[in-house]
Design a protein around this ligand. Sequence first.
Ligand code: ADP
Ligand code: F6P
Length: 323
Amino acid sequence: MEDKKIIGVLTSGGDAPGMNAAVRAVTRAAIRKNMQVIGIKHGYNGLLSNEMETLNERSVSDIIGKGGTILYTARCLEFKTDEGIDKAVENCKKLGLTGGIVVIGGDGSFRGARDLSLKGIPCVGIPGTIDNDISCTEYTIGYDTAMNTAVELVDKIRDTAQSHDRCSVVEVMGRGAGYIAVNVGVACGAVEVITKEVKFSLEKIIEKIIRLQSTGKKHFIILVSEGVGGSVDIAKEIEARTGIETRATILGHVQRGGAPSVRDRVVATQMGERAVELLDKGIGNKVIGLKDGRIVDYDILEGLNMKKAYDEDLHKLCEKLSF
Ligand code: ADP
Ligand code: F6P
């Protein structure tokens, strides 16, 4: 009897809602192709410490709608070293885990996946991060859920800002990109969005608030991206210069949790299936993406080197309609 191909699946870097849906899709699609699936725990750490377990079709029951990741996740510094990669390759070979690994995470995780692929363990990356900051894909798993969570929270902040005639400065996640901030800003009718992709002047923002006050506007929402930060200082400056009571709120990790949205579940499922198709053909060193709404794949390095545009028109639209 022919030996079953064994593949692994892991989640790495910051968790994102929808990662479980991807783990489920990978597991079930692989079992359908008569492969054995190993769930590797705590990202690349599990590959180095052999913290893993075989997944069957029942292991992934009831997880499609759960936030977080049943496989746990981590940032593994040892994996950034040649010794770490060599140890992982050795472990994979000992375990017969040579069919490849599906790595669900961000671009750091994909660099690790590339290193492993080049050393003979084919890896396929699935973009999973709330930030949507992976260049080769229009969409990353977790983005939609995180934006919806942020919108729900900013709407709540608006209620209290309106009741007290206050200004609220709200900081949303996105260490390297302002995609969450600009979309949430538009969706919540923010007066201004501050991201690092577009040059901003606090002076002009303050002038705008004063101008709008004279038209009867009494409460204001300003969205700040984590990559710019400083929302507490921005709030203090606005209060000092306009006389409007101003509060800063950093939404933080609440944006990373919760049940994944429909979009996150669907994209995760499609990407999971494509990743398995590639490994089934023995193809590694790939990253999955979404382009014009369709699932695509690229060589990892090519994917990492791509550039992604920031929607400046959307940014302008937010400002244009807030008067
Ligand atoms: P993300 O994948 O969300 O971008 P990180 O940048 O923290 O998150 O990367 C996740 C993990 O991927 C790291 O902890 C490390 O194990 C691995 N990794 C990151 N960068 C590299 C690299 N240059 N080479 C090998 N592995 C890497
Ligand atoms: O990459 C996703 C992200 O949520 C960033 O927006 C944020 O800066 C970072 O992860 C926070 O990571 P940690 O889990 O280390 O707090």
